[in-house]
Ligand binder design. Structure first.
Ligand code: GTR
Length: 335
């Protein structure tokens, strides 16, 4: 494994962009062929990381070893927002992020994050596999990113250091960590909590030190970050079901032949069912581990939460394109 850190990557930005040049900038021998650098805030073993590694294996096999992926997991090259900027500037080739850090950059990415938009996993998958998903991936390109595919992220739910959230009133007076997105800030405010934007990597400490009283995330993230140790009250509100997205730097993309682009798209596509299988298993395993750890769990009625979020929709669904996305996604609800 070649040791790269953020500073080396940024230094590498001065020259031609690509695996070999960055490796040289980091003082390493050039790599054979094109090794795409991928990053993820999650650690090895997490479904998003393993899905991208699987995509790398496919790429290697089908290109006769000419293309491949070198994965930097666990946020070693920076928190999501910073790593995304580096990706836009071409210092990272592939970046798997949540949609939230893209919200300030690409308005269309707000739509899947609208609270209670999706009625089920099936609904989310159908919409993201279909035309709305395609339109959102395409909307990234003018902003320096190529959208390759969506991955599951389950339902985000509240957890706190203090108490179960069974009704919106229970959020009153609680500082809730949110991702760096106004949509999440406004949503938590509308539900009655005090939103506090914070990087993912700082949440454990924030919860421990009382900078925040709670956060919101899916079962696998709640478990893998060990937030459950310090915030042992989890309430399955599933208020947001926005998926993850695998992005590629448009700078790298421009340097790749049409045939290789098609291959990359195809391998990303084929990583989706693999990710979904890993995801479903991971959700079950995480939930079981958390139940066994003694965390208190509630499954609140979503209706009172849902009743408060209309102003959030009104504020963020602002263009005809976004309205069409919302309508199309709603029309795909199998429920
Ligand atoms: C997770 C997501 C991460 C990160 C994190 C967060 O569910 O997979 O990419 O965005 O949430 O809350 O910051």
């Amino acid at each position: 494994m070649i040791a790269l850190d953020r500073r080396s990557l940024l230094r590498g930005l001065g020259g031609a962009i690509g695996g070999a040049s960055v490796a040289l900038a980091a003082g390493c021998a050039p790599m054979e062929g094109q090794l795409l650098r991928a990053v993820d805030t999650h650690p090895d073993g997490y479904p998003t990381v393993e899905a991208v590694k699987y995509m790398g294996q496919l790429l290697r096999e089908r290109s006769g070893g000419r293309l491949g992926i070198e994965h930097y997991a666990g946020g070693v090259l920076g928190q999501e927002r910073d790593a995304l900027e580096i990706t836009i500037f071409g210092g990272i080739d592939l970046n798997r992020v949540s949609l939230a850090p893209l919200n300030p950059i690409v308005p269309e990415t707000l739509v899947p994050g609208l609270p209670f938009l999706f009625s089920s996993t099936q609904h989310m998958r159908a919409a993201m596999d279909g035309e709305p998903g395609r339109a959102i991936l395409d909307a990234l390109e003018p902003h320096g990113l190529i959208g390759l595919c969506f991955y599951d992220s389950g339902g985000r739910s509240f957890y706190t250091t203090k108490r179960l959230i069974e009704r919106p009133e229970d959020l009153r007076g609680l500082k809730i960590r949110v991702q760096s997105s106004d949509l999440f800030v406004e949503m938590v405010r509308a539900l009655g909590g005090n939103p506090t934007p914070m990087d993912f990597g700082e949440v454990y400490q924030g919860l421990m030190q009382g900078t925040v009283d709670g956060a919101e995330n899916n079962w696998p993230s709640y478990e893998s970050t060990r937030h459950f140790e310090v915030a042992p009250f989890y309430s399955e509100t599933r208020h947001v079901m926005a998926p993850e997205v695998l992005t590629m730097s448009a700078i790298t993309w421009k340097r790749i032949s049409a045939a290789d682009r098609a291959l990359i798209r195809q391998c990303a596509q084929e990583s989706i069912p693999v990710m979904r299988e890993l995801w479903d298993a991971k959700v079950e395993q995480s939930r079981a581990a958390i139940v066994a750890s003694g965390v208190r769990i509630a499954a609140p009625d979503p209706a009172p939460f849902q009743a408060l979020v209309q102003p959030v929709w009104d504020r963020f669904v602002t263009t005809p394109t976004m309205r069409k996305l919302v309508d199309d996604i709603r029309a795909m609800d199998p429920a």
